[in-house]
Write a protein that binds this ligand. Structure first.
Ligand code: PMP
Length: 404
């Protein structure tokens, strides 16, 4: 039995008030709240283990290293990667995508080569490729979508040429909630011999992930969006590709031997992990993933699907409501506008009612342009949200609408 009220007790922040009203936190697409078990692990590690990893012979350093490397194994298991060599710790999805663009770009891309992305990408899967364009004249090709927010797969098929070297797409859109058919996207790309990177920032918290079943070549996600600490994320990559890719940053940890004449690099995954990692955060991330696994990702997904369907139905009945993203496969994200009310006004007035939503372009300006709007209000759900909170949102929107 999925007891959401019991689960909420694990998240102390959910019982606080804002403006003397109970907090209704619906900005989970931006970041999620943390269960006690995650915060406790951070405090405990600083209080009783803290030492730099991988370097010391002393007891604490070894204990910290064991925790850090055990977390890597937890991540491996959570996304079902083949080996821990394929799990690179980063600061988050953004750094994962920058690492990928830099290093994959160095190894495999030449002037005139093409990378396929989609129209609904977050800026972190657009701008790193544009930065690469300053060094190499690569061409970005864009998969278009229909008005429901679904990628046009026939158009996608037609984008391939012999210069296509990579496809890099979001698993779930942070604006539309569309769950893209990544399995099919990957199969099509592989038929052309082209690897695929998946931005899993918005899917990993909501959908069971199996990188081997997907046959994804790269997969990125952020710890803070899946109930873990800020400042830690993951880039999964297939070993045979990572082996051929050069380091992203230089420094400690990523080397084997350094001399002024010649430096050799460490083995995977350390080749990509220069400097002291946030080893406390990796422990916290592992706790968060264990927490999700204990609840069951399928159960979480079912709960959130129930909430999304309920919210879609209730919100559609509001006069003047426009919901952006009506895909058949849709995740726990609802972007909307009401009548002529500016998204910022709507978001600000909802905030006064204790309801936290996001407003703006959601770091997806090309998508806003495609939709012909400047921004939306976005409500995004997590494993701890309730139907009562959806009701509060709907009542809040009605109240604001009547004010205007
Ligand atoms: N991709 C998507 C789809 C996202 O929603 C986000 C966060 N909004 C990111 C990438 C970037 O994640 P982070 O800020 O944690 O690096």
């Amino acid at each position: 039995m999925y007891d959401v009220y019991k689960i909420r007790e694990d998240f102390p922040i959910l019982s606080r008030e804002v403006y003397k009203r109970p907090l209704v936190y619906l900005d989970n697409g931006a970041t999620t709240q943390k269960p006690r078990i995650v915060v406790d692990s951070l405090v405990n590690e600083y209080y009783s283990v803290n030492a730099n990893v991988h370097r010391g012979v002393h007891f604490l350093s070894q204990q910290a290293t064991e925790l850090h490397e055990a977390s890597r194994e937890t991540v491996r298991g959570f996304i079902n990667a083949r080996s821990v060599q394929e799990i690179i710790f980063t600061r988050g999805t953004t750094e994962s995508m920058n690492l990928l663009a830099y290093s994959f770009g160095e190894a495999f891309l030449n002037d005139g080569d093409e990378v396929i992305v989609s129209v609904m990408e977050h800026h972190s899967n657009i701008v790193p490729w544009q930065l690469l364009q300053q060094r190499k004249k690569i061409v970005l090709k864009v998969i278009p979508m229909n008005d429901k927010g679904e990628l046009l797969m026939d158009e996608y098929r037609n984008l391939f040429t012999e210069r296509t070297k990579l496809v890099s797409v979001a698993h779930v859109s942070n604006v539309l909630g569309t769950v893209n058919p990544v399995q099919e996207i990957i199969q099509i790309a592989h038929a052309h011999g082209v690897p695929v990177a998946v931005d899993g920032a918005q899917s990993t918290p909501h959908i069971p992930i199996d990188v081997q079943a997907l046959d994804a070549d790269f997969f990125a996600f952020s710890g803070h969006k899946i109930y873990g600490p800020t400042g830690v994320g993951v880039l999964y990559g297939k070993e045979q590709l990572l082996e051929k890719m050069p380091p992203y940053q230089g420094g400690g940890e990523m080397i084997q031997n350094v001399s002024f004449e010649k430096t050799t690099f460490n083995e995977l995954p350390f080749k990509f992990e220069a400097g002291t990692p946030d080893y406390v955060a990796t422990t916290g991330l592992a706790k968060a993933l264990e927490y999700c696994a204990a609840l069951g990702m399928e159960n979480i997904a079912n709960h959130e699907q129930m909430l999304t369907a309920y919210a879609m139905e209730k919100m559609s009945q509001i006069e003047g409501m426009r919901i952006f993203g009506q895909a058949e496969h849709k995740d726990a994200v609802i972007s909307f506008l009401v009548g002529q009310i500016h998204h910022l006004d709507l978001g600000t007035l909802l905030d006064r009612l204790g309801i936290a939503v996001r407003t703006g372009h959601h770091c997806a300006e090309p998508l806003m342009r495609r939709l012909g709007i400047e921004g939306t209000v976005r409500a995004s759900f997590a494993l701890y949200n309730t139907k009562e909170e959806v009701d509060a949102l709907v009542n809040g929107i009605e109240r604001v609408r009547k004010m205007f």
